[in-house]
Design a binder for this molecule. Structure first.
Ligand code: CAA
Length: 404
């Protein structure tokens, strides 16, 4: 990364904001081994759900997959697992228990793998983590994913845990916001943020009455991510990659109906995703982002300032990224990191943002699009039910001038 190593004496509590830490790279990501190519998904899905006779729906699913911008996705569940639990494809039979039984352990173990990588590369011990923020939809039980991770990672029993449960895709950015607040208000804290998602909660057989469910099944996938956040990096071991300068949350007006997560005895299969979402986003994203950036004195996203930023956008779907690009007038390629993650992994809900951060970091280091991403300031943006928009303004490196 382009981050400068700050001498410890100058690594200031006075610096506003918290850091996403890097040593070699204390950001971890992991995916299940089971991978399905998107151009084979429709056949797979209609076979597994015994729905090959629904030819019109199958053609529609193929069209959605073709236009999804996704090349492949990874999943915890396999054909055999679904075959062993017919209730998963039968709306008339409760299936929450089966869905959780199949994925919870796998999701938590995958998150532990991503977090272990982050901790190992950080260069300190798991016992040096003071706070844990876990963002998950896997496992509606208590003790939950947070305590599970404490055991799997060997964190101290005194680690202060926060569980963000069922916030949808914007939770990826919300967890970073919470970690920033913790790091800035607890001297010498080291906050591990970890994401565990379970796509099987929304898997179901195709049905004409649930077209939005078809879209969700074409986009969502499984993955885990983890990152370490602090506000006072100890040089030379800790080298911040990005500095989180400000964090904000807002809801897009008139969109409460558009994205709804509804957990019941069948998991999340009765959730709702309006076909209007990309249009609604397009209509209000510019003003919302301008409101978040204005207090920092950064160039207005409504003028050419938007192209002087690097963009870390949650790829909720190809059309969502198109909406950002069109509404903000972004140069072609500005969202390439998000599009790449969408293509290679699909939408892994909250965990996705970690994958985009890793991809942006790689591009800034000299990978693809170095020039396009080589800006000092950047924006993380994610959308979830509400429609809620979470925004974090980033500065590359650890420290800002007082008069930024
Ligand atoms: N509900 C029902 N049908 C939908 C739909 C939806 N939400 N979105 C698209 N469709 C239908 C279209 O009406 C169209 O149907 P017809 O063939 O009958 O006309 C069909 O899907 C294909 O649509 P298009 O030909 O217009 O193709 P497209 O260019 O729009 O691509 C897509 C399809 C890939 C699904 C694209 O629309 C897309 O990316 N949409 C955004 C999906 C979205 O909202 N993602 C957010 C996920 S939620 C999230 O991230 C946060 C969270 O917390 C859960």
């Amino acid at each position: 990364a382009n981050a400068e190593v700050e001498p410890e004496a100058e690594a200031p509590r006075t610096t506003p904001g918290a850091n996403l830490e890097e040593d070699s790279v204390p950001i971890g990501m992991a995916n299940p081994a089971n991978c399905i190519q998107q151009d084979e998904f429709t056949d797979w899905y209609f076979r597994v759900t015994k729905s090959d006779h629904l030819t019109k729906l199958k053609a529609k699913m193929k069209k959605i997959c073709d236009k999804s911008g996704i090349r492949k996705r990874h999943f915890h569940r396999t054909e055999e697992m679904i075959g062993g639990h017919p209730e998963i494809i039968d709306r008339a039979v409760p299936s929450l228990g089966a869905r959780q039984g199949i994925t919870v352990d796998a999701a938590h173990n995958l998150t532990a793998a991503a977090a272990s990588k982050a901790i190992t590369d950080w260069g300190h011990q798991a016992a040096d983590i003071t706070h844990l923020v876990v963002c998950t939809n896997a496992g509606a039980q208590e003790p939950g994913a947070d305590l599970r991770l404490v055991g799997l990672l060997g964190l101290r029993p005194t680690v202060r845990r926060t569980l963000l449960f069922f916030h949808g895709c914007s939770s990826g950015v919300a967890a970073l916001r919470v970690a920033k607040d913790i790091a800035e208000n607890n001297r010498c804290s080291r906050v591990l943020v970890a994401y565990a998602q379970a796509e099987l909660l929304l898997f179901n057989a195709p049905a004409e009455a649930h077209m939005d469910a078809l879209v969700a099944i074409a986009l969502f996938s499984d993955g885990a991510g983890a990152v370490i956040v602090d506000a006072d990096p100890a040089s030379p071991v800790e080298r911040p990659v990005f500095h989180m300068v400000s964090a904000s949350q807002t809801t897009l007006q008139g969109t409460k109906h558009a994205m709804v997560l509804n957990l019941n005895e069948n998991g999340l299969i009765d959730s709702h995703l309006s076909v209007e979402v990309p249009t609604l986003v397009r209509g209000s994203i510019q003003r919302c982002l301008a409101d978040s950036l204005a207090p920092l004195g950064l160039p207005d996203v409504r003028d050419s300032g938007r192209n002087g930023l690097f963009w870390v956008v949650h790829p909720g779907g190809r059309a969502i990224l198109d909406s950002y690009e069109a509404a903000l007038g972004l140069d072609p390629g500005k969202l390439e990191a998000s599009r790449h993650v969408l293509s290679e992994y699909g939408n892994m809900s909250g965990a996705t943002i970690i994958f985009v951060l890793i991809e942006i970091r790689h591009r800034r280091q000299g990978g693809a699009d170095k020039e396009r991403n080589d800006c000092q300031w950047g924006v993380i943006s994610g959308l979830g039910p509400g429609v809620t928009m979470e925004t974090i303004v980033l500065h590359a490196g650890s420290r800002l001038d007082e008069n930024y």
